[in-house]
Ligand binder design. Structure first.
Ligand code: SF4
Length: 110
């Protein structure tokens, strides 16, 4: 099992992912804090950053498509302005202060 992560570690991870992908971390601090907590819990439970909005299918291999940043995030951010969890936003969507919405989970559609 890899070393445990702290909330600060995970927050840094989220900032790094956003910087690398050209996304913005959701500026709603409370909302983002809950997701960072979820990611941290998942890391410390499973040993990988399972998406905090999805359930494990039992192994890292089975969950491969939903390791954060998930395989669907790029398309979701482009189409909807944010990823499924709304941890990551498209910069123009964030700048406009738009509200995040529930979006379909691409994982279930394959
Ligand atoms: S929807 Fe994807 S990118 Fe967003 S938090 Fe979950 S795994 Fe990460």
């Amino acid at each position: 099992m890899p070393a445990p992560k702290t909330l600060e570690d995970t927050r840094r991870f989220a900032d790094m992912v956003a910087a690398k992908q050209g996304w913005t971390v959701n500026p709603d601090a409370e909302f983002t804090g809950t997701l960072v907590e979820g990611l941290t819990t998942n890391w410390n439970r499973y040993g990988y950053y399972l998406c905090p909005c999805r359930d494990t299918e039992g192994s890292r291999e089975a969950d491969a498509s939903v390791l954060c940043p998930c395989r669907y995030a790029r398309a979701d951010v482009a189409e909807h302005g944010h990823c499924f969890c709304a941890l990551f936003l498209r910069p123009d969507f964030a700048a406009a202060g738009r509200e995040v919405q529930g979006i379909p989970d691409r994982r279930s559609s394959g």
